[in-house]
Design a protein around this ligand. Structure first.
Ligand SMILES: Nc1ncnc2c1ncn2[C@@H]1O[C@H](COP(=O)(O)OP(=O)(O)O)[C@@H](O)[C@H]1O
Ligand SMILES: CC(C)(COP(=O)(O)O)[C@@H](O)C(=O)NCCC(=O)O
Ligand SMILES: [K+]
Length: 257
């Protein structure tokens, strides 16, 4: 079986694939201070909790936007799974033509999402990933990664309001019923959530004008569902987009699983 790792700035999402089928997924926090043994034991417990064994995993692929954690994770997979991981980066076949000024600069998660979105929905396609940052990526009809936009994510924006003011509290990210709110917490929720949805609709409209009016729009990431309730431009939410992309890239790089 294949174990895939999507290492984001807030969470690591793991998936276990049997061929093309995602059996289980797990979400753990990204913690730069954890050792390879701490990750190893945690992942062992998650796998055994699903009645599998470490030895059931015979391949690993990792995509990461947190370079300092990579050495730890690579050491962990070698020690606990006896497997050298495939790491998404230069030299890996993705099947996508990256038109960024410097292709090495694009976050691996954005490439992986682009691969999955093109495979699942075809091009032209726009991918929005609501993670620590909210990223937008445009992929053309001919599978070119055209680039996109990076905006502060919802959690970053909420934290900034809390940290940079004296009177604004930490809040839960839920949508208030109205946009005109009569207390501090709901007013912050209103600005954050309706504001983010408006930003999404505006950027997508501008992207469509710039490259393809008929682009399909797929959203992923921890907060995708929350914004998709409000945004008018998201065609589908696929929470497993990055995991699917990792599975597809693995298949493109290895003849046989
Ligand atoms: N299933 C979920 N439901 C609600 N919020 C979530 C869920 N998963 C993650 N989040 C929140 O969404 C934020 C972004 O998560 P994630 O997409 O994992 O970010 P990243 O990829 O940058 O690590 C996190 O702060 C997390 O608390
Ligand atoms: C933009 C990101 C921080 C998003 O990361 P995430 O929110 O998923 O943790 C990541 O994709 C990244 O570090 N990208 C490198 C810069 C770029 O893509 O141009
Ligand atoms: K991500």
């Amino acid at each position: 079986m294949l174990l895939v790792f999507d290492v984001g700035n807030t969470n690591i999402v793991l998936g276990v694939y049997d061929g093309k089928k995602l059996l289980y997924s797990f979400r753990i926090s990204t913690d730069k201070s954890k050792t390879s043994d701490e990750y190893g034991i945690l992942i062992k417990q998650l796998i055994e909790y699903r009645n599998m064994h470490l030895s059931d995993i015979n391949a690993v692929i990792i995509s990461s936007v947190v370079p300092p954690i990579m050495h730890t994770l690579e050491a962990m997979t070698i020690k606990y799974f006896n497997v050298y991981p495939l790491v998404v980066g230069p030299g890996i076949k993705t099947g996508i033509n990256i038109k960024y000024d410097n292709p090495k600069e694009v976050g691996a998660d954005r490439i992986v999402n682009a691969v999955a979105a093109y495979e699942l929905y075809g091009g032209p396609v726009i991918i929005i990933d609501f993670g620590t940052a909210t990223t937008f990526c445009a992929v053309s009809k001919n599978c070119e990664y055209l680039g996109g936009a990076i905006a502060p994510g919802l959690i970053i924006s909420a934290d900034a309001l809390f940290q940079r003011t004296a009177k604004l509290p930490k809040i839960e990210l839920v949508k208030p019923e109205k946009v005109i709110c009569k207390n501090t917490v709901e007013s912050m929720q209103s600005g954050l959530i309706y504001g983010h949805a408006g930003m999404v609709d505006y950027i997508v409209a501008k992207m469509k004008k710039e490259f393809a009016e008929n682009a399909y729009v797929v959203a992923t990431g921890g907060l995708a569902k929350l914004i998709a309730q409000e945004s008018k431009v998201i065609n589908t939410v696929n929470d497993m987009l990055t995991l699917e992309g990792l599975r597809i890239i693995y298949e493109r790089n290895i003849e046989k699983i």
